[in-house]
Design a protein around this ligand. Structure first.
Ligand code: TZP
Ligand code: MG
Length: 217
């Protein structure tokens, strides 16, 4: 195995679905299956917040969701839990600035995909040095899905990073909807990472297709 190429990483980021059992109306398996059918390009298992699953239940849910991803040939990323990622042999890990030190995470996960949250040009530069394959930038817009989210920065922060020669693949996150997704791409993002606009949609597959339409090759 070798590190993922930047070109391939950018393709995978296009419509990145992030979800845990707390973000779903239906069973998480049904929510993810519909999103995969709609064409999400990457999935992150983010089992966080009050009432989230722990221990064996958490691992079992991860395995069931990973199986669905494999059937659809979509890589499976684990949020902020390197032990779980290694236990299930996930395709990658995403860590925030307050999580396990990203340089150490890179050493532990080898060539698996490493995503790092970055809010400033400095954090983006450090993420590159730590071995990030992509950075997650946000919240771009106000979000109800993360209690401890940092300040909203708008799509401009992505433009600022691009103007500062941040060349890493970038995915915007936070409050992204069908209506504002095109502004995130226009600012220089390679993709959009979405929880609620997908997980709470009545027609999940249809919503994913609508989000896909904002990408102009
Ligand atoms: N990180 C920054 S904002 C956010 C995360 C995990 C939540 C995004 O959820 P939503 O529902 O798409 O706003
Ligand atoms: Mg985190």
């Amino acid at each position: 195995m070798s590190r993922i190429s930047s070109v391939r990483m950018k393709e995978l980021l296009r419509v990145y679905f992030v979800m845990g059992s707390r973000n779903c109306v239906q069973a998480p398996e049904d929510t993810l299956e519909a999103a995969l059918t709609g064409g999400v390009t990457l999935f992150q298992f983010r089992e966080k917040g009050p009432g989230c699953l722990e221990g064996a239940e958490r691992i079992e849910l991860a395995r069931r969701l990973q199986k669905l991803c494999r059937e659809h040939k979509v890589p499976f990323i684990v949020n902020d839990d390197v032990d779980l990622a290694l236990e299930v042999d996930a395709d990658g890990v995403h860590v925030g600035q307050e999580d396990e030190e990203a340089g150490l995470v890179r050493q532990r996960i080898g060539d698996r995909i490493l995503g790092i949250s970055a809010h400033t040009i400095q954090e983006a530069a450090r993420a590159y040095a730590q071995g990030a394959d992509y950075i997650g930038v946000g919240p771009i817009y106000p979000t109800k899905s993360k209690d401890d989210a940092q300040a909203v920065q708008g799509p401009e922060i992505i433009k600022v990073m691009r103007n500062a020669n941040v060349t890493l693949p970038i995915v915007g996150i936070g409050g992204i909807t069908v209506d504002n997704a095109k502004d995130v791409f226009a600012a220089g993002a390679d993709g959009i990472a979405v929880i609620s606009a997908i997980s709470y949609a009545e027609d999940i597959a249809g919503r994913v297709r609508q989000l896909q339409h904002n990408f102009k090759a």
